[in-house]
Design a protein around this ligand. Structure first.
Ligand SMILES: NC(=O)C1=CN([C@@H]2O[C@H](COP(=O)(O)OP(=O)(O)OC[C@H]3O[C@@H](n4cnc5c(N)ncnc54)[C@H](O)[C@@H]3O)[C@@H](O)[C@H]2O)C=CC1
Ligand SMILES: O=C(O)C(=O)COP(=O)(O)O
Length: 528
């Protein structure tokens, strides 16, 4: 199968070699498209690779029936409608580590340039003016640098600024006292950072919660003469509020790499001599571009060829260690979900997954997702995948519960999937047998040992002589060969079950015939 890959922003040619090398990928590079132009052509593509200049709107996604993966060669994914991508089962991956160093170095360059007014002085010289008195700077040494958002880039900036003998005061909701101590910085509240810093550098993502984080009120808290650096995202700092704060003299200077609307040619902030700026260049180094392009290309190639991705944005990422433990259960979980969804009578209202034994010690969310995928695929087909299974379950209103216990229930690992409808609850349990693969070991209250594969018939009957024979004879009449048969019973002469694996699917007619047989109370044909 050949996949079509579209690249719409400039990516390092050396970095995309994983794409070029893959034999089953057709790569087209078409940069500078408008959103309308992208909407026109996107239906042909299986993968889309972008940087910050392409905006992937809901409309783009709704016009992309073949799109499976969006690769963001960089960190910020605020230019992608993640909700729409998830709803459509499109995985989004990014390259979170590749440009950290470049972004931190650019921030430091902006910090120094801002403190010493280097761009303004250079511009003056270019205009043939030898002016020394207008460009009196301030030292960084002993000043407080406030960092808002101490993630990868924020932490690298902190480390570098310490080298400039600055005091670092950082606010990040996830910053612990231990981490702050380890980094040799001070942890503060947002208010403390805003009110006590001489320089403030922003390093959060652009989220609902961080849009306009630095607004009029925030500026009012700051020291007079504060200087601001934003190399994170436009929109986190309110541009009108910044403009007013500079004009009023509250803010002595600002260094901006990012803007609310990009690109632009004219910007009112650039009319102010206190503002220095670069056109979103923090990640624009040879090294960062090669690195982010390699990372997303590798994920795109792997994903399109059925493999795993390293940096999913709209799926929880799973460490190698966890993947080693839970990965082998993926198929079993999906099969158990598919099994129980065919066993139930009515619309599923609640799915409860019990994880017993060793498995309970791990992050089992990928298994829950796979179970839900199995449950939903019967009705929704290929539209359901890992990315949207949980979303679709939520949309339909299915309550999903996950229980974990180290109790082993007789198996080192056991998964039990219960599905509740208005008509009752049905359940199926499965395990992985060392070297032998998955097994269904229990259906409702009956123990069985069945390979979860192919065509199955689940029959409830009375434990009476002749019941099994009658089933065999009827199937033989329809030329249906029985491959394996398991029988289980609650007590002698009481309720019992048969689980048959057969060589072809039994249709509705045969199922009804089976139901008519003496001592048979229920028949379900299951396809896995
Ligand atoms: N100008 C450029 O070329 C570049 C810009 N960026 C921007 O920088 C951002 C940060 O990148 P990384 O450090 O790699 O991401 P990261 O995810 O490692 O760090 C972001 C940090 O922000 C924190 N945060 C979230 N909400 C917050 C809030 N309300 N207040 C304070 N902190 C908050 C998070 O807890 C996290 O620690 C990216 O999302 C991207 O938008 C990244 C690379 C290059
Ligand atoms: O990685 C990020 O978040 C960036 O902002 C870098 O943007 P770019 O890839 O240079 O358009």
């Amino acid at each position: 199968m050949t996949y079509n890959v579209l690249i719409t922003d400039p990516l390092s040619e050396d970095g995309i070699f994983p794409l070029r090398q893959a034999e089953n990928l057709e790569v087209r590079i078409d940069t500078g498209l408008s959103t309308d132009e992208l909407i026109e052509i996107i239906h042909d593509y299986d993968a889309l690779l972008i940087r910050s200049q392409t905006t992937v709107t809901r409309e783009v996604i709704e016009n992309a029936p073949n799109l499976k993966i969006i690769g963001r060669a960089g960190v910020g994914v605020d230019n992608i409608d993640l909700e729409a991508a998830t709803e459509h089962g499109i995985i989004v991956v990014n390259a979170p580590d590749g440009n950290t160093n470049s972004a931190a170095e650019h921030t430091m360059a902006m910090l120094s340039a801002l403190a010493r007014k280097i761009p303004q002085a250079f511009l003056s010289l270019k205009n043939q003016i030898w002016d020394r008195k207008s460009f009196l700077g301030v030292e960084l040494k002993n000043k407080t640098l406030g960092i808002v958002g101490l993630g990868r880039i924020g932490a690298e900036v902190a480390a570098r600024a310490k080298g400039q003998r600055m005091h670092i005061l950082a606010y990040d909701p996830f910053l612990t006292e231990e981490k702050a101590q380890k980094l040799g910085i001070t942890k503060g509240t947002l208010e403390e950072v805003l009110s006590q810093s001489d320089f403030i550098s922003i390093h959060t993502p652009l989220l609902k919660e961080t849009r306009n984080l630095i607004d009029e009120e925030a500026f009012a808290m700051m020291k007079d003469g504060v200087q601001l650096i934003n190399c994170a995202r436009g929109g986190i700092v309110n541009e009108d509020a910044l403009y007013d704060a500079i004009v009023s003299g509250k803010v002595a200077g600002a260094a901006l790499d990012v803007f609310e609307v990009e690109p632009f040619v004219d910007h009112k902030l650039l009319t102010l001599p206190q503002v220095i700026a670069t056109p979103h260049l923090a990640a624009s180094t040879i090294e960062a571009q090669e690195s982010v392009a390699i990372d997303v290309s590798a994920d795109v190639v792997s994903f399109l060829n059925g493999g795993l991705v390293q940096n999913p944005v709209n799926l929880p990422s799973v460490s190698k260690e966890v993947m080693g433990k839970v990965g082998p259960f993926f198929d079993l979980a999906e099969k158990l979900g598919a099994f129980v969804s065919q066993l139930i009578d009515g619309i599923v209202e609640e799915i409860t997954i019990h994880y017993y034994g060793d498995l309970a010690g791990f992050d089992v969310r990928p298994l829950t997702r796979n179970t839900l995928k199995g449950v939903l695929q019967g009705n929704l087909g290929d539209h359901v995948n890992d990315v949207n299974a949980k979303y679709l379950a939520d949309q339909i209103g299915i309550v999903v519960n996950e229980y974990k216990t180290s109790i082993t229930k007789g198996f080192t690992n056991l998964l039990t999937v219960e599905a509740r409808t208005k008509n009752g609850t049905r359940s199926v349990s499965g395990t992985l047998l060392n070297g032998l693969g998955g097994r269904i070991v229990k259906v409702d209250k009956y123990y069985v040992d069945v390979v979860p594969e192919g065509n199955l018939i689940f029959i409830k009957h009375k434990d009476q002589p002749g019941a099994i024979g009658r089933v065999g004879t009827l199937l033989a009449k329809s030329n249906i060969n029985i491959a394996t048969m398991q029988v289980g019973r609650a007590n002698i002469g009481g309720d019992a079950i048969m689980m048959l694996t057969i060589d072809k699917y039994v249709d509705g007619y045969d199922v009804n015939q089976l139901k008519e047989l003496e001592d048979i109370s229920d028949v379900t044909a299951i396809q896995l």
